[in-house]
Design a protein around this ligand. Structure first.
Ligand SMILES: *Cc1c(COP(=O)(O)O)cnc(C)c1O
Length: 405
């Protein structure tokens, strides 16, 4: 892809604001917090127009002036197309609330929105000369890393909990990573990646332990705002694990507001599973950091993150936006998946289904008003997840009552 003017001015510690140099590799800041990328937004405002943007391909790279890759030749791509906003009109009518839009991220390469973060982070790793990457994952991130690292000619090593969905492990291995199943949770996998940096000779790609996955996930916010004619829904419900997407979208909205392209920002809602809800607990307690959530379990593997290093960034965004955090149990997640598939023909992943269940609950309890337009995130294709096995059998050799089929 071609070069565009480049506007990154500095990197900053997400907690202290300490300024860090651009153009060199970073994991966490010296104080141990995630690093965020800052741009010359006045410069961006001067050179880009909405009209100019309209001429560009509809993919995640289109707003290059707000992205960290300096040279177009370093962009690693498998076709990161815009994802559609699918309305749920029947369920809207049934619930009597405002418009419900699902941003269906399952359409992306590797079948999940992890592609946005990893395509960006791998492109930056390529630009900065990384040869080998290791990462812990609950599934989709590992698959996305595998695909993009292989595409870039970078070695990848992926560690996942032993009970990660088989399809995620298989796709990760098939896309060229070395995959290891670990008898623990994602934070245990993360410890192995962190402690093996020297001996393994790899770069640590754990969630928020490098600065660029946020920038990749930020494109969800840039994209949905443009799709809505440079506006936002009233409320965004986001299934929150490590929180990269929620943090990234909030950053997108703030940057768009700063360049004068957005007049308002949405309320951000962090949706978690009751079996793993560290952010919900912290939000309820009014805390800025979340405590480790013991014995984490949920069918929604993508949000089974018992401790998030960017917890304060998630909680800050939720609070600043006037949003809230809400937990949904696994039965409600399964029921929501059946409901949206059966009523609207849209198969969600469990994490996506959790956002629908959260909406229903929040609408009933008055946390979301009936006149508010909401956006749910279906973060991965429903096809990646276990589904109940159909039980109805038909015997071709017996008489068939066609009217009853
Ligand atoms: C990773 C993931 C999430 C959580 O996203 P974060 O931005 O890391 O909080 C939700 N759902 C699915 C399917 C995922 O793969």
């Amino acid at each position: 892809m071609t070069d565009h003017p480049y506007f990154v001015t500095r990197l900053e510690c997400g907690m202290t604001g300490e300024v860090l140099p651009v153009g060199v590799l970073h994991n966490l800041s010296p104080k141990g917090y995630p690093i965020v990328v800052r741009y010359d937004l006045a410069g961006v405002q001067r050179v880009v127009s909405k009209d100019a943007l309209r001429e560009r391909p509809q993919d995640m790279w289109r707003f290059r002036e707000l992205l960290p890759v300096r040279h177009g030749e370093n962009i690693v791509s498998l076709g990161e197309t815009w994802t559609p906003l699918v309305p749920l009109p029947r369920l809207q009518k049934k619930l009597g609330g405002g418009e419900i839009l699902v941003k269906d991220e399952g359409r992306l390469p590797t079948g999940s929105f992890k592609t946005r973060g990893l395509a960006m982070a791998v492109s930056m790793a390529k630009e900065l000369g990384v040869r080998k990457i290791a990462m812990p994952t609950n599934g989709n991130a590992g698959a996305a890393l595998a695909a993009y690292a292989t595409r870039a000619g970078i070695e990848s090593i992926v560690l996942c909990p032993d009970d990660t969905p088989v399809v995620n492990m298989a796709e990760t291995a098939l896309q060229g990573a070395r995959l290891w199943r670990v008898n623990g949770l994602i934070n245990d996998c993360g410890k192995i990646v962190g402690s093996g940096k020297e001996a393994g000779g790899w770069f640590d790609f754990s969630t928020l332990k490098e600065p660029y996955r946020i920038e990749g996930k930020k494109t969800m916010g840039l994209e949905l705002a443009e799709q809505l004619g440079w506006d936002v829904p009233d409320v965004i419900l986001y299934p929150t694990g490590g929180g990269t997407g929620l943090i990234g979208m909030w950053k997108a909205f703030s940057e768009l507001e700063a360049i004068g392209w957005l007049r308002r920002k949405p309320r951000m809602v962090a949706v978690q599973a009751t079996g793993c809800a560290p952010i919900v607990r912290a939000w309820q307690a009014g805390a800025r950091h979340a405590e480790l959530f013991a014995n984490a379990h949920t069918v929604a593997a993508g949000i089974r993150v018992p401790a998030a290093i960017g917890d304060f960034l998630i909680l800050d965004a939720v609070r600043e936006s006037g949003g809230f955090a809400i937990a949904i149990d696994d039965d409600a997640i399964d029921a929501a998946r059946t409901e949206v598939g059966g009523q609207e023909g849209l198969l969600l992943c469990p994490e996506g289904a959790a956002t629908y269940a959260a909406y229903v609950k929040a609408l009933a309890e008055g946390q979301i008003r009936k006149d508010e337009r909401v956006m749910l995130f279906n973060c991965a294709t429903g096809l990646k997840y276990p589904m109940p096995e159909p039980t109805a059998k038909l015997n071709k050799d017996a008489p068939i009552d066609h009217a009853r089929l």
